[in-house]
Each structure stands twice: as C-alpha cells, then as structure tokens.
Design a protein around this ligand. Structure first.
Ligand code: LMR
Length: 394
C-alpha cells in the first residue's frame, strides 16, 4: 500500500525552521517560527516553570494515568485564565489536548461528526495549519476578508460583509488575540459588532487563542473572547499554553465548549472525553500540571505574570523601535502599522520574491507571506532588517 501514499505537503513554517538551522551563516536572523527569543537569541525556560518542575520532581509520586479529559484542576485554572467569571463553571465542558493544535483538531472533528455540511470560515490570511487541517478532514471551508495589505489594518467592513453570507450553523474561526500571521486585531467595539452578525446569522464562533498575554495583557487579550462568551449561547475555544508559558515541546492545550444551556455540560463533557479516547486516549499531563501549579500558587503565579509582562513589553519595544527606525530611514510613516500591531507577529507586506531576497542576501528569515516574528528582534537585528527592507524595496 505504501506506493499509493500521496506525497505529503511541507508545512512552510516548519520547513523554514529547518532551512534556518541548516544555514551556516553566523549572522543569520530567524524571524520565522513563532517562538519567543530573549535579547541573546535563546528561548529560556520561564523561572516559574523551572520552579514548578523542581517541586513536581520532589513531590510527584506516580506517573499513572490521570483521566481521559486530563486533570479537572487544569480545566478550572484555564477556564479562569481565559474566561474569568464571565460564565458559570456549569456552562463549560473542557478537555486537555496535546497543544493548541490538538484542541483545534478535536474541535474540527467534533464539527465534522456533528454536521458534515458545516462550512468553517477562516480569516484571509490565517495560520496555515488552519486550512491544512480543515482540508485534511474534508470539511468545507471559505475565507472571509480580514487584512488590508495597504493599511496594515483589519478590513472590518469587508469581514462583516463576507460573514453575512454564511449559512445558519456555519462555524467562524477567529483569533482570540494577537492575530497570526498579521498582528492586526479587532478592537472591543468591533467584537461587539461581530457578535451581532454572529447572532443574527446563527453562526458559531470557534476561537483559537494561542497568545494570551502577548498583546496588551492577560485580561485585555481575553476581552473579545469574554464578550463573545457572555453574549453568544454556544462558543468553541481552543487554547494553547505553548507560548505564554514557554512550554512548546510539552504540548499543552485545552478545548472548551461553552453553552449557556447549563443542561448541555454533561453531554458536552462526555463528547470531549470520548473524542480524546478515540484519538490518543489520555492527553499529556506534564505541561498541564506545571500550568496548574503556577496558576494556583500565588508566588509562582506572580513570578509568571511578571516574566510574561516583560516579554510583552519587550515585544512592544521591538515594534516601536522597528517602526521608528524605518520611519527615520525612509522618511515616511508607511510602516507605522508595525507599532500598532500586537502579539508575536506582523505581516510586513513584502512579496515572496522580496522575502527570498532578504533571506538569500541578508540571511533574514521570515515566512514567505512576509510574516515576521517580532519577539525575535533585537537592536542589531532591527538595523539589519531595516537595511534589507529598504534594499529590496518593500
Ligand atoms: C507559528 O505560527 O509559527 C507557531 O504557531 C508554530 C507552528 O506550529 O506553526
């Protein structure tokens, strides 16, 4: 049968990560994969994570199974982190998953199994793994306009126009904050107008929130999600702890089904548990346990929040420095949007040829759509990047 296997496509972000590693140039700059880097270019383990790991090593007495949906304490802390008290605990069913991607995959399987005629609407552009998984599962997908390449802003009226043609029961995949790849985000009044369109059209929001705390702050970044959850009867949420806890390889994520109909919780919980069993049985525990320990222990939590804040502020400084440097060098505010964007990424607006040229000539790696990892910049890289952007005439 192996001769019949189709040739699996590469993932452009992961492929770029390998190409970067293989590049022998000492002064190469990696603005590709979404991994935080400190000023020295490394991705350290957060202090709170290291401390929690030490404690766990001391205290944990068994590695036996936990539960098919993961540890309920993990559900509680994550529900509180993302939703605070905007809905009751009795409205939320949850399951731990292997990373945010695991949560997205489970949600899409649930959508497909429940109603195969559903169309999932995705932003144009979006994280490439969204259309990839949706296509792989054979689910129908359509794009809604999202990003205006000329202004670097959300094209909100066009987004609403596209979504108003969705049919009742369709699912709308939204980025909870820190839009990947563009960095352009909805403002709170836009979340409110979007909520009306979703309610009027009978559409179900599916929120992917993978960068909470990287934009404006933990609560600020969840404000749109909380608004939707308070106002829309059914919401799907996939969340990742990879970035804000820096535990990428531990594969820690969660899927939540929020229903205003309190009677739904038991059935929804059973479904999520069943889905986990079908795909991998028990979700990984290590990362979820560290997150639970950190969020429950006041000292660890403060340490985590302080470190996360400094990461967020560092990214804002990088944004401002890059926008300022470009403004100084080209004498216009054309790239001012870089300072307005939030989160780990910004879409520069370069062509694929310009991106190739920046990689080949300057050793600057960004994704082919010109997505840059802002968290990987430092002053030296900002100078070099500015030089390259001007030289290739973006
Ligand atoms: C990214 O967008 O670069 C990250 O989320 C890593 C990934 O899995 O693509």
């Amino acid at each position: 049968m192996f001769e019949k296997l189709f040739s699996a496509p590469d993932d452009k972000i992961i492929k770029l990560m390998h190409t970067f590693s293989a590049d022998p140039r000492a002064d190469k700059i990696d603005l590709g994969v979404g991994v935080y880097k400190n000023k020295n270019g490394s991705t350290p383990i957060m202090h709170s994570v290291k401390k929690a790991e030490n404690l766990l090593w001391e205290e944990q007495s068994t590695k036996s199974y936990v539960g098919l949906a993961g540890d309920f304490e993990f559900h509680d802390v994550m529900r509180d982190l993302i939703l605070k008290n905007c809905v009751g605990e009795d409205c939320v069913a949850a399951a731990a998953t292997p990373g945010g991607t695991g949560a997205i995959r489970q949600a899409l399987e649930l959508i497909k199994n429940t109603d195969p005629s559903t169309t999932v609407w995705i932003s144009s552009p979006t994280w490439p793994n969204h259309p990839s998984i949706i296509g792989y599962l054979g689910i129908k997908q359509k794009e809604y306009r999202y990003f205006d390449y000329k202004t670097g802003c959300v094209e909100f009226e066009n987004m609403l126009e596209d979504l108003s043609s969705a049919k009742r029961g369709d699912v709308v995949l939204l980025h909870g904050c820190c839009h990947n790849p563009t960095g352009a985000n909805l403002k709170l009044d836009q979340w409110a107008r979007l909520t009306e369109i979703l309610l009027d059209g009978g559409l179900i929001p599916f929120i992917d929130i993978a960068y909470q705390g990287f934009g404006d702050g933990l609560d600020e970044d969840a404000a749109g999600v909380r608004y939707l959850v308070m106002n829309i009867p059914e919401v799907i949420i996939a969340s990742s702890c990879s970035k804000n806890f820096g535990i990428y390889r531990e594969r820690t994520g969660i899927l939540m089904l929020v229903s205003h109909n309190k009677g739904d919780k038991i059935k929804n919980q059973k479904m999520l548990t069943y889905l986990n069993r079908q795909n991998y049985s028990f979700p990984p525990d290590h990362g979820a346990r560290l997150v639970t320990m950190i969020l429950k222990d006041p000292e660890l939590r403060t340490s985590w929040e302080v470190e996360l804040k400094s990461i967020q502020v560092g990214m804002l400084q990088n944004r401002e420095s890059l926008a300022l440097e470009l403004c100084k060098q080209i004498g216009s505010d054309r790239f001012g949007f870089l300072a307005e964007h939030r989160g780990m990424f910004s879409l520069l607006g370069a062509t694929e040829m310009q991106v190739d040229e920046m990689r080949n000539k300057y050793g600057i790696y960004m994704v082919s759509d010109s997505r840059m990892n802002i968290a990987a910049l430092n002053l030296k890289a900002i100078h070099k990047l500015t030089e390259a952007i001007i030289a290739v005439k973006v």
